[in-house]
Design a protein around this ligand. Structure first.
Ligand SMILES: Nc1nc2c(ncn2[C@@H]2O[C@H](COP(=O)(O)OP(=O)(O)OP(=O)(O)O)[C@@H](O)[C@H]2O)c(=O)[nH]1
Ligand SMILES: [Mg+2]
Length: 480
């Protein structure tokens, strides 16, 4: 209990310090999150690029009205968070090789100081807004549920979920290893590592399987950040058979590590990072889930529920003693919309809207203003009409990455192709009734776009779809 009180005091002091600072220098902390491969790094890179270059963004009013004078990278406020290597990622995207940034598995931060002109009112005149962007894995949000659970409960539930008949093939090896592990045996580090490894292999198989499960905590097991291999990540559920762990046993060791994971890893993340965010962007690869089929879609719904619960935490939950979120706007964005002709964008957004609305109903509110958008952070395609069997179809044209294949044709990474990606149903509900057969859509990975040069040979800014709408929702009031 005393620890909790201390935590609150500490938070109060820090929040007061944040507040005192913000009175001098207005700031906004924007979280960018989403599950693995949802497009976080590409979005953050593109957003920073458009802000720094002050590109024309019709829907982002502050930019459209010419009130953004200049934006520059500034020193980030947190010395213990890795800097988001913007320059490296932009170079990868726009360099001669045109590569997407590599996969990341940890938190990163970047500060952009935006010099702008206030729109109106008594404060009219020049001002500066410090925008802190924090990119972190969405998997970490799933750990919130653990804060209220004991090791025994978590172990029982996780084992029960693995014993579901439809998971037999995926869970088999781990359940076999589990059956051979005696929770009452003497604590043994080598054994703990073996059991934890078998459990991690199971989690990885779940994610790669048809359900594409990403919401089975602990979130750091697949997204360890800098903690890979540390004891706080070397634990796993054991079959306790209803017996309370006796000291010196494997069960007691696992129990202690589980508690350490909560207090050393989960708590600090929510307190020191999540609770300080003002705005949150959640990127969702809706197209990939649609293409994988109903199980993946159901899993995506669970993931959105978990995210919303994290935003609402703080009302009558144990978590509220640990942190209190202050996020007042959440934007869910369906990414990679450039995989569809623009005629399909409204349908894509409608499906996301439905997923989010259902989640809001299930989780009884969002605790923040919620928006949805279908966007492409970096548009890798252009549009065309193709003729297939005498019918004209809305298609997209881009360069599929080397090794991608569509209808038996394997691409070399140099050849452009016009692709009809398939059609999304008019009624968004239909996707839950199997309107899209698994694997029936054509969503190859495209290479980043070739640079467009102006008359003087200078490269144009990276193309995007509705990135400006996202910025307007997330930042407009702070740049008013
Ligand atoms: N065509 C297209 N592809 C995109 C876009 N954004 C992301 N992608 C693709 O999605 C992949 C993942 O994007 P990232 O931004 O690295 O995703 P992430 O969420 O940071 O992924 P992790 O770091 O692995 O968690 C990229 O390598 C691209 O292939 C987009 O706007 N258009
Ligand atoms: Mg990333």
């Amino acid at each position: 209990m005393s620890g909790t009180v201390f935590t609150q005091t500490y938070d109060a002091i820090r929040n007061a310090a944040d507040f005192a600072l913000s009175a001098v220098q207005p700031g906004v902390r924007l979280g960018v999150t989403g599950l693995s491969r949802s497009g976080k790094t590409v979005f953050t890179t593109a957003m920073v690029h458009h802000l720094l270059e002050v590109t024309p963004m019709p829907v982002f009013r502050a930019a459209a009205e010419g009130r953004i004078r200049r934006a520059r990278l500034a020193h980030q406020p947190d010395d213990d968070v890795p800097r988001f290597p913007y320059e490296t990622y932009l170079e990868a995207l726009t360099g001669p090789e045109r590569n997407w940034p590599r996969s990341t598995n940890r938190i990163a931060e970047l500060r952009i100081a935006i010099d702008y002109e206030r729109a109106s009112g008594w404060r009219k005149g020049p001002a500066t807004l410090n925008l802190d962007v924090v990119d972190y894995p969405g998997e970490w949000l799933t750990d919130l549920a653990l804060l209220e659970e004991s090791y025994a409960d978590w172990a029982r539930e996780t084992i029960a979920a693995a014993r579901r008949p439809d998971r037999a093939a995926i869970a088999g090896p781990w359940l076999a290893a589990l059956a051979e592990t005696d929770a009452g045996a003497a604590a043994d580090e080598a054994l703990a590592e073996r059991v934890a490894d078998a459990f991690k292999t199971y989690l990885a198989a779940l994610r790669a399987g048809p359900e594409a499960v990403a919401t089975t905590p602990p979130g750091r097991f697949l997204m360890p950040g800098d903690l890979a291999g540390s004891p706080a990540l070397t634990f796993a559920p054991l079959d306790l058979k209803g017996v309370t762990p006796a000291s010196g046993t494997m069960a007691a060791l696992m129990d202690r590590r589980f508690e350490a994971y909560k207090s050393r890893v989960v708590g600090p993340f929510f307190r020191e990072h999540f609770a300080r965010l003002d705005r949150q962007l959640v990127l969702v690869d809706v197209l990939a889930a649609l293409d994988r089929g109903p199980a993946a879609l159901a899993e995506l719904e669970t993931a959105i529920d978990r995210v919303l619960l994290a935003f609402r935490a703080g009302r009558n939950t144990l978590a509220s003693r640990i942190f209190m979120p202050r996020i007042d706007r959440v934007l869910f964005a369906a990414t990679k919309a450039d995989h569809l002709h623009q005629s399909g964008h409204a349908r894509l957004e409608a499906i996301l809207r439905l997923l989010v609305d259902r989640a809001i109903r299930r989780t009884e509110g969002a605790g923040a203003r919620v928006g949805t958008v279908a966007l492409a952070s970096v548009r890798a395609t252009r549009e065309a009409m193709v003729r297939e069997g005498g019918v004209k179809l809305p298609a997209i044209v881009g360069t599929p990455e080397a090794g991608e294949s569509i209808d038996g044709q394997v691409f070399d990474g140099l050849t452009e192709a016009a692709i009809f990606p398939g059609e999304l149903p008019e009624q968004p509900e239909a996707v839950f009734q199997g309107a899209i057969a698994p694997g029936s859509l054509r969503f190859p990975r495209f290479r980043p776009p070739a640079p467009l040069l102006d008359a003087a040979g200078r490269a144009h800014a990276l193309p995007h779809i509705r990135l400006d709408r996202a910025l307007e929702f997330l930042l407009a009031d702070r740049l008013a």
